[in-house]
Design a protein around this ligand. Sequence first.
Ligand SMILES: [Zn+2]
Length: 114
Amino acid sequence: MAGFNPITEARARELEAIIVTANGDDYEKEIKKFLQRSQRNDCYDLFGLVVIPNPAAIQERVLPGLSAKLRFSRKAISWDDVWRENYLVRVHSDGTVEVRELGHCFYCKKLASE
Ligand SMILES: [Zn+2]
């Protein structure tokens, strides 16, 4: 099983892109570490994570139908919300979808609490 790839993650940040992976647990752990570790006076936010049950799920066109299933706090949300709020979207193998907050970086949290 491939571990977390810092190049992929740095690239996602550079492109301000949502990461899509079948390796969700590793990514989630590393993203949380990444957000806590960044302590310089700079925003290190990431832009959402989509976890699919297996790599073939993309080819099975899970992603195009996914936007209609996005809900957070019982409200319909858009990909824009996922991107802006850095949500984790987990697609289960039975097709159900779970959305959780990954949160913002150390710097943004500090600003918000001041
Ligand atoms: Zn930030």
